[in-house]
Design a protein around this ligand. Structure first.
Ligand code: ZN
Ligand code: ZN
Length: 279
C-alpha cells in the first residue's frame, strides 16, 4: 500500500473539489429545492451520498493499487516469436526492451517517465490519482470515472431543479445570483468533463484498447494505408470479450473495483485470430 501517494497537490485538489460538490449538492441545491429534512430531500441526499462515497472508495483503490510491475524474472517467450513476427509493427512485439529499466517489456507494457518504471498494460499516467493507470487498477479507474460521472450529473440535475423552482423576483432581492453561478459552473463543468472521459473509456474498453494504443493505432493505420494495407487493433476480441476482460465475467461484480480475480499476469494477452493485415 502506497499511502504516501496521497501526499500530492492534485490529490488534495480532488478532495477539495469532491468536498465542494458534496456541500453544494446537499446544503445548497437539495436544501433550496425541497429542503434537506423533507422525505424527498433525505432520499436524494442518501442516493447522492452513496454515489459520492462509492467514488471516494474507487478513488482510494486507484491510488493505492500498484498498476502492474514487470517481474524481474521476465524474459520473452522465444516460442512465441513466430507469432509476434506476424503481428503488426512494434506495439505487439514481445521482444522490446526498456532502455531505461534495462529489462524486457511484455506486450502492452510501457515505461512511465513520472513513475520511473515500466507499467503493465499501461493506459496513461494520471496526476489526479498520482499513479499510473495500468493492468491492475484500470477497472477501478473505470468505475471511479463511471460513479463520479453519475454523481456529478445527479448533482447538476438537482442544481437545475432548484434553480428552476426558485422565484427569482422575490429571492433575488435579498441574495446574490453570483452564489448560484459560483456553485453551478463547477458542477456543470465537472459533469461535462467526466462525461467526456467516461465516453472515451467506454470506447477504449469496447475496443480493448489503451489510450497509448489508440494513438499507436492511429499511426499504424496511417502507415498501413500508405502501403495499401489495412490495420486492425490486435487485441480486439469483440465487444463482450473486451468488456469482460476489464470488468470480469461476473456481471454482479462489474461495479466492484476490488473484484479483479479474473486478471492473470498482465504479461500475455489474447490476440484476435483475424487481426492479420489484409490487402
Ligand atoms: Zn522501463
Ligand atoms: Zn506513471
Amino acid at each position: 500500500m502506497e499511502w504516501k501517494r496521497f501526499l500530492s497537490i492534485p490529490i488534495f485538489a480532488v478532495f477539495l473539489l469532491m468536498g465542494f460538490v458534496y456541500y453544494v449538492t446537499l446544503f445548497v441545491s437539495i436544501e433550496d429545492w425541497v429542503g434537506l429534512r423533507s422525505s424527498d430531500g433525505s432520499f436524494h441526499a442518501l442516493v447522492f451520498s452513496f454515489l459520492a462515497f462509492y467514488s471516494v472508495f474507487a478513488f482510494f483503490v486507484c491510488v493505492l493499487t500498484d498498476p502492474g510491475r514487470v517481474p524481474s524474472s521476465y524474459v520473452p517467450d522465444v516460442e512465441d516469436r513466430e507469432l509476434s513476427d506476424q503481428e503488426f509493427r512494434r506495439n505487439v512485439t514481445h521482444q522490446r526492451k526498456c532502455e531505461i529499466c534495462s529489462t524486457f517489456k511484455p506486450q502492452r507494457c510501457h515505461h512511465c517517465r513520472t513513475c520511473r518504471r515500466c507499467v503493465l498494460r499501461m493506459d496513461h499516467h494520471c496526476q489526479w490519482i498520482n499513479n499510473c493507470v495500468g493492468y491492475w487498477n484500470y477497472k477501478a479507474f473505470f468505475i471511479l470515472v463511471f460513479f463520479a460521472t453519475v454523481a456529478s450529473i445527479y448533482s447538476t440535475v438537482i442544481f437545475i431543479a432548484s434553480v428552476l423552482q426558485k422565484d427569482w423576483e422575490v429571492w433575488g432581492q435579498s441574495h446574490s445570483k453570483g452564489l448560484y453561478v459560483a456553485c453551478g459552473v463547477p458542477v456543470l463543468g465537472l459533469s461535462m468533463t467526466l462525461g467526456s472521459l467516461l465516453c472515451w473509456h467506454i470506447y477504449l474498453m469496447a475496443n480493448n484498447m489503451t489510450t497509448i494504443e489508440y494513438y499507436e493505432g492511429v499511426r499504424a493505420q496511417w502507415l498501413a494505408r500508405k502501403s495499401g494495407q489495412s490495420y486492425r487493433h490486435p487485441f480486439n476480441l469483440g465487444v463482450y470479450r473486451n468488456v469482460t476482460s476489464v470488468l470480469g465475467p461476473n456481471v454482479l461484480k462489474w461495479l466492484l473495483p476490488t473484484a479483479v480475480s479474473h486478471l492473470k499476469d498482465g504479461i500475455s494477452f489474447r490476440v484476435a485470430h483475424d487481426m492479420k493485415q489484409t490487402t
